[in-house]
Design a protein around this ligand. Structure first.
Ligand code: DHB
Length: 368
């Protein structure tokens, strides 16, 4: 095949190190979309070029993005589990006029950093605002917040406080834990000593979520009557088995659960099982899957000739029937509009799931 017959999608993701699960989920989600829909669109073969950012490493992400543009001559840049890696690439997206699809990183400000960035994941502000509202509606008045000490954690902390206090609730304490190798026990003990009615938590998916849950159990917060409210990052499907039965009853808000009932989710789960039979897909896999749906739509609408500005024209306002429910790329902010679900961890058929029981429809990013 001649080069002109191929559309190249460069994926920058965390494929090794502590955050390697992020890259696995994102790339397997992208592959699942291709498995389900074939790898040819408008006569062009779609090719993924995957590069490993190795962790939160902005310098590496920037160098690899340059390589994708200059050497590989990609048509799209995509991926990004972690916020610092997405932020590092914004200036390159602008200079090269490359449509750049953020498939996970969830700090509000990312899409404001380049007119060539769109997001198919979520923002922490978007899932936290409904949690603060739900908590207040459920009678909770005193909350302690615990967040990872970087962009998305700061957004979660600020959004929770603003929403909850505006309603009449009180934030009785705020803790920030480091992104790298956090020791949760002392933070969790402080929460316990403050005697709030609930603790609200955001830490990134994976190992940090397991670490927090372990400290929550060991310090016996549930026994002390302190409810756990979290964003779905803490209870996500990729990690839920590792949390164990201790996690039953935890309430979270997020955009995707494996247990979501829809034909689109059924098809997604079937395709994902073909690509990665050993792994439960989480919200990052869905971000990757929907990101590829966006790529396919651009290539289809532009008849296989991808120009950066024309691609952005297709992406702005784009609607997708996602496995999580209907989503839309807001034409003004290029950020995602979607339902946010309230879920409770339950055992269904012997396995743990985030079972959706309420939802806030078509939530925009309140951080804009
Ligand atoms: C980010 C990373 C996560 O693992 C997550 O669950 C949410 C957000 C981020 O870096 O933006």
């Amino acid at each position: 095949r001649a080069a002109g017959d191929t559309i190249k999608v460069g994926i920058l993701a965390e494929m090794s190190g502590t955050f390697a699960d992020f890259g696995q989920q994102i790339t397997n989600g992208a592959r699942a979309y291709m498995k389900q829909h074939g790898d040819t669109v408008a006569g062009k073969k779609i090719e993924l070029i995957i590069k490993d950012t190795t962790g939160p490493a902005p310098d590496v992400a920037k160098r690899l993005a340059q390589e994708l543009v200059v050497k590989d001559e990609v048509d799209f840049i995509a991926g990004f589990g972690l916020t610092p890696n997405a932020l590092a690439v914004a200036s390159i997206a602008t200079e090269a006029k490359k449509p750049t699809i953020v498939m996970n990183a969830a700090t509000s400000v990312i899409t404001a950093k380049s007119p060539y960035i769109v997001r198919t994941s979520f923002t922490l502000a978007q899932v936290t605002q409904p949690m603060a509202q739900w908590a207040y509606q459920s009678g909770v008045r005193k909350v302690y917040t615990v967040v990872a000490d970087y962009g998305p954690g700061h957004d979660a902390e600020g959004t929770f406080k603003k929403t909850f206090t505006a309603l009449g609730g009180q934030v009785v304490g705020e803790a920030r834990v480091p992104l790298k190798n956090p020791e949760f026990s002392p933070f969790v003990q402080k929460v316990k000593d403050a005697r709030p009615e609930a603790v609200f938590v955001f830490v990134p998916a994976g190992e940090l979520a397991v670490g927090f849950m372990k400290a929550y159990r060991e310090r016996e917060l549930a026994k002390a009557g302190i409810k756990l409210l979290s964003t779905g990052d803490v209870t996500e499907d990729g990690v839920i088995d590792a949390l164990g039965d201790n996690a039953i009853g935890v309430i979270s808000t997020h955009q995707y659960s494996m247990a979501h009932e829809s034909p689109e989710n059924k098809a997604f789960l079937a395709a994902y099982a073909q690509v990665a039979p050993q792994q439960r897909p989480n919200f990052m896999a869905v971000g990757g899957y929907d990101g590829m749906a966006a790529v396919y739509e651009v290539v289809r609408k532009l008849g296989g000739k991808v120009d950066g500005d024309q691609a952005m024209g297709v992406l702005k306002g784009l609607k997708i029937a996602s496995p999580r429910g209907p989503i839309q790329i807001d034409a003004d902010t290029r950020d995602i509009v979607q339902n946010v679900y309230v879920r409770e961890i339950k055992k269904v058929g012997g396995k743990l799931y985030n079972v959706e029981f309420d939802h806030f429809p078509a939530v925009k990013d309140p951080g804009k």
